[in-house]
Design a binder for this molecule. Structure first.
Ligand code: HEM
Length: 537
């Protein structure tokens, strides 16, 4: 902003009053009454007491007292921007999703990047996963692709998510550590959950300390479904590739940056966009059918696994450009509500048990955080296509949908009648076959916890491997309980003997016996696509 041209005058108490006039609008209460004096509350006599009659004062303090809302239970610290997605290749053969209908089609987006563990006020360069959540305002409703910068997840089943998050958040009896993963509880949990081994390799790698949000990949993580006009379905994985290429800092730099500028990533994104240097990502898809999925050694419904690009190449289908910073961080970045269950016709869920759990969690948590069932009416959340339904009332209702009937079926006509079902034009759930007995036993196909971690480790260049070893040594070195370190190294022996040996050496401990894998470790192809250095631009 620029200096105000408004007139100023000194009050009787010698205080400065900046008055409305010129291009300075009149200050009002929230109800529109012009405010006489914002420097002095109304008092009886010369020295008080303050009077209840000062409604402008009471309203100001009342609103301030209620400024804070709960921070997100995870991904509290984030930053975002508006953008546009342009489809560069029609996907009409595999999906009826209108966002992919034809090359050249543009859809507005909003993206929020985040760290996972730290609170709202934590620092940007914590060693952590980064959230990469995109809202596509499609003409058939919002599509929220709520992903991370790592293509796999720590756990296979959403029932363990509260445990995972409790293990990484500050410990309940001491309130620290507030961010990062360098502590006993996190390593205790993951060492007892061998399925987390693959993702911890990624979080110990340079991917967990990105140079910039602009230089990160993004992944939808889960296997989703595409459904085309004919009702045929294929599986799909979503990938964002940064046009600037991937880059990371090293740990030594991360620690210094956190001290010198905890806002490093948000400042970088804001500066780039306001300078007109718009960051871009290519959206790619891996599309494959059910029969092909059955050929893999692992289960495509298991979020601790990725689909190697060697087996299913990535097809680039569009470009997203972030071209506008927000006007107001709270109204947009804080109040944006992503929900995995927001999918348009043509995109559907798979039976991934992590995704199925998320589909409950996100709606539920938004009510807690935003406080009203009408959060979908906030401008950043509101679809940019027509909305019509018979949901009514609730806190903070702003919709004034006309008509007498708020139910269906009804026999009114015109505006009184309200909307009607879309039928086959609506979101038709893919008729996936369901069979078998109700059970809690984890499928055999979910039991290999090490092969892909091994593939990731072997894909890394020697420098990247050095960083991974150093990160494990640093992190496990911060664990006070020796048994936790031992259990972790015992698990790493199933990934790679040299990795486990180097970590044990770094920790100055003897090599423990390897833990017993739940399924044999298989040799998979090494994927150069996983190395940042091999992918650097
Ligand atoms: C928030 C990604 C698993 C519950 C987020 C956000 C991202 C994300 C990116 C931040 C959204 C934003 O910027 O506003 C992921 C990924 C997962 C995963 C990629 C696994 C593949 C889960 C699971 C649950 C869960 C299993 C629960 C069962 C939540 C909740 C929030 C959240 C409650 C806070 C949402 C809010 O308050 O706005 N997640 N998540 N997530 N996630 Fe997840």
């Amino acid at each position: 902003g620029t200096a105000s041209a408004a007139p100023e005058e000194l009050g009787n108490g010698g205080e400065l009053h900046q008055l409305a006039g010129g291009d300075s609008p009149v200050m009002t209460t929230a109800h529109g009454a012009p405010v006489q004096d914002d420097n002095n509350s109304l008092r009886a006599g010369d020295r008080g007491p303050t009077l209840m009659a000062d409604h402008a004062f009471r309203e100001k303090i009342f609103h301030f007292d209620h400024e804070r809302i709960p921070e997100r239970v995870v991904h509290a610290r984030g930053y975002g921007a508006h953008g546009v997605f342009e489809c560069t290749e029609s996907l009409a053969d595999v999906t009826r999703a209108s966002v992919f209908a034809e090359a050249g089609k543009q859809t507005e987006t909003f993206v929020r990047f985040s760290t996972v563990a730290g609170n709202l006020g934590s620092f940007d360069l914590a060693r952590d996963v980064r959230g990469f959540a995109t809202k596509f305002y499609t003409d058939e409703g919002n599509w929220d692709l709520v992903g991370n910068n790592i293509p796999v997840f720590f756990i296979q089943d959403a029932v363990k998510f509260p445990d995972l998050v409790h293990s990484v958040k500050e410990e309940p009896d001491r309130g620290f550590p507030q961010a990062g993963s360098a502590h006993d509880t996190f390593w205790d949990f993951v060492s007892l959950m061998p399925e987390a081994t693959h993702m911890t390799l990624w979080t110990m790698s340079d991917r967990a300390i990105p140079r910039s949000f602009r230089m990160m990949e993004g992944f939808g993580v889960h296997t989703f479904r595409f459904v085309n006009d004919a009702g045929e379905s294929s599986f799909v994985k979503f990938h964002w590739k940064p046009v600037l290429g991937m880059q990371s800092v090293v740990w030594n730099e991360a620690v210094k940056i956190n001290g010198a500028d905890p806002d490093f990533h948000r400042r970088d994104l804001f500066d780039a966009i306001t300078a007109g240097d718009f960051p871009q990502w290519e959206l790619g898809v891996q599309v494959f059918d059910d029969a092909f999925a059955d050929e893999f050694d692992f289960d495509v419904l298991d979020a601790t696994k990725l689909i190697p690009e060697e087996l299913v190449p990535i097809r680039t289908v569009g470009t997203m450009t972030l071209n506008r910073v927000v006007d107001n961080v709270f109204a947009e970045i804080e109040q944006v509500a992503f929900m995995t269950q927001n999918v348009p016709p043509g995109i559907d869920f798979s039976n991934d048990p992590l995704l199925q759990g998320r589909n409950f969690s996100y709606l539920d948590t938004q009510l807690k955080r935003l406080g009203s069932t009408n959060f979908s009416q906030l401008p950043v959340n509101a679809p940019r296509c027509p909305v019509a339904h018979f949901q009514r009332d609730g806190h903070m209702q702003t919709s004034t949908q006309p008509g007498r009937a708020a139910y269906e079926p009804n026999s009114f006509t015109g505006d009184d009648r309200g909307p009607r079902e879309a039928g086959s034009d609506g979101h038709v759930p893919f008729p996936a076959p369901v069979e078998g007995e109700t059970r809690r036993i984890r499928a055999e196909s979910f039991r290999d916890h090490y092969s892909q971690g091994r593939q990731f480790w072997l894909s890394q260049t020697p420098v990247e491997q050095d960083h991974i070893v150093a990160a494990y040594v640093f992190e496990l070195g911060k664990c006070e309980v020796p048994a936790i370190r031992e259990r972790m190294v015992a698990n790493l022996r199933n990934v790679d003997e040299s990795l486990a040996g180097r970590v044990a050496d770094g920790l100055g401990m003897p090599l423990p016996a390897a833990s017993t894998p739940a399924a044999p470790v298989v040799e998979t192809e090494v994927s150069p696509a996983l190395s940042i250095l091999a992918n650097a631009k």
